[in-house]
Design a protein around this ligand. Structure first.
Ligand code: FAD
Length: 478
């Protein structure tokens, strides 16, 4: 039993949706030659909505409203769209083995699906507490958040514990965004994480202090520098408390766990070269793996970043998933015309009424700038390495300001005086952006291709507002 396609996209998440749109735009296939295989039961959707609009108590985001590619202000790809485009959606189907030499995939029910060209878009999975030696995370009131199934479980748990207590394990963006959603659902939140401050992989202590103070004003309690060791459960198996390593016992009507992710590479272990540094499937600037008929995109791919002198990175960000997916399709259909990807890493988040963006790499010395105030916050930081800007963070910026910091990072702007950079703050980035405009001869308002990422960032931020416009509505109402 089997089926054969010319192009198979394995995985049905963000990058699968953007790859499908790119195939359709370029018209590089005939009806029935392209398929998406996904373990999920629904067509590709904008995953970031799950921790934002999806969790709102009223007017929450629901499918089909946030299928890809609305997150980039592009077409809404419903199942009908795929049908019209002649792209087969093979949903609710898990691939359990892959043979890249034979160019064949085997599904959980034993069907063989063969391809000429494969795009691996299997993303990542949430790390489970069991992987850290803690048992019992299958209880009905312990939630993870990676897919729509998890999000439904979380929504149900929140509904049954309004006015109660939640413990959030993990201080990364999933923990931070879920904590904000829980508060919005009138649930008291305690966040527990081992680091000294939240978002430890990105935030500086000063930036983290701002968000932690903001959350504290919203009623969130932080327990830092310790980890969960076990759960207390009632006779029905529901968690009633979490026990921490430092001996503390926290009452819990529900628990949300956001302790990181692992790339879904296992199907290809021993067959494709994996990046040793960050456990992704290693690809070149065309998103092509060590096997020429196989490409990898999104969270699962480790690709060279020109801006970081070709350093190979695996990113876990939606913009990277969208861009790498489109790039792979371009490389597959028009290899001679497709240059190596030139990507400026970009990540954003929205919590409560706050919204930030980050570009580049957070290495080097840090200089903060701006107003760290509760009313109209507008602050940020530059990272400077060897006299050049390597990364920039901004909370509360305007479209032009986000564009400006992205330009400063993309140009690796030269810094001669750190104190002066701190004084200038955003003005420094705006000057860089003006220099860029005069060098490229573009008038204000026109975009050099160079600032594409910034534009995408703004579009993404706007579209998160659109995808998760529910937040906006909520903000205006409350
Ligand atoms: C709740 C949440 C909020 C987020 N918010 C933000 C944000 O604010 N900003 C940001 O930049 N990024 C955010 N992200 C990250 C962003 O969503 C990811 O970077 C993006 O989804 C990666 O896309 P992908 O296609 O690589 O993987 P995914 O979107 O995870 O898709 C992978 C797909 O592969 C399928 N799959 C895996 N293995 C198999 C198999 N063996 N057989 C069949 N199918 C398989 C999965 O079921 C899934 O459909 C968020 C992520 C989550 C989970």
């Amino acid at each position: 039993m089997g089926r054969a396609f010319v192009y198979v996209i394995l995985g049905g998440g963000v990058s699968a949706g953007y790859a499908a749109l790119e195939f359709a735009r370029r018209g590089g296939y005939s009806r029935g030659e392209l398929c998406i295989i996904s373990e999920e039961a629904v067509a590709p959707y904008e995953r970031p909505a799950l921790s934002k609009g999806y969790l709102l108590p009223e007017g929450a985001a629901r499918l089909p409203g946030f299928h890809t590619c609305v997150g980039a202000n592009d077409e809404l790809l419903t199942p009908k769209w795929y049908k019209e485009q002649g792209i087969e959606l093979i949903l609710g189907t898990k691939i359990i083995s892959a043979d890249v030499r034979r160019k064949a995939l085997v599904t959980a029910v034993g069907e063989t699906i063969s391809y000429k060209t494969l795009i691996i878009a299997t993303g990542a999975r949430a790390l489970k507490l069991e992987e850290f030696g803690i048992q019992g995370s299958d209880a009905e009131n312990i939630c993870y958040l990676r897919n729509i199934h998890d999000a439904d479980k979380l929504v149900n748990a929140m509904k049954s514990c309004s006015g109660g207590n939640a413990v959030v394990i993990g201080g990364g963006y999933i923990g931070m965004e879920c904590a904000a959603a829980l508060v919005t659902n009138k649930i008291r939140v305690t966040m527990v994480f081992p680091e000294k401050h939240c978002m430890a992989r990105l935030f500086t202590p000063r930036i983290a202090e701002y968000y932690e103070n903001y959350y504290t004003l919203k009623g969130v309690t932080f327990v830092k520098g310790t980890v969960l060791t076990s759960f207390e459960k009632d006779a029905t198996g529901k968690v009633t408390a979490v026990i921490l390593k430092d001996g503390k016992r926290l009452r819990a009507d529900m628990v949300v766990v956001g302790i990181g992710i692992r790339a879904n590479t296992s199907l290809f272990e021993g067959q494709l070269v994996v990046s040793m540094v960050n456990d992704g499937i290693k690809v070149n600037g065309q998103m092509q793996t060590s096997e020429s008929s196989v490409y990898a995109v999104g969270d699962v791919a480790a690709f060279p970043i020109k801006l970081f002198d070709g350093d190979v990175r695996r990113l876990e960000h939606v913009d990277s998933a969208r861009r790498t997916a489109r790039h792979a399709v371009s490389a597959i259909l028009e290899p001679a015309k497709t240059r190596d990807i030139n990507y400026l890493p970009f990540f954003y988040s929205r919590v409560f009424t706050l919204s930030w963006q980050f570009y580049g790499d957070n290495v080097g010395e840090v200089v903060h700038f701006g107003e760290f105030t509760n009313s109209s916050p507008r602050f940020g930081a530059y990272w400077v390495n060897k006299g050049r800007i390597t990364g920039a963070f901004l909370e509360g910026g305007s479209r032009e300001e986000y564009e400006a910091i992205s330009v400063a990072v993309g140009r690796k702007a030269k810094v001669t005086d750190m104190a002066e950079l701190g004084k200038q703050g955003l003005a420094f980035a705006i000057q860089e952006s003006q220099k860029q405009m005069s060098e490229t001869g573009l008038a204000i308002g026109e975009k050099p291709t160079y600032v594409w990422h910034a534009t995408a960032a703004v579009v993404a931020a706007v579209s998160i507002a659109a995808v998760g416009y529910w937040y906006g509505r909520k903000r205006r109402r409350w």
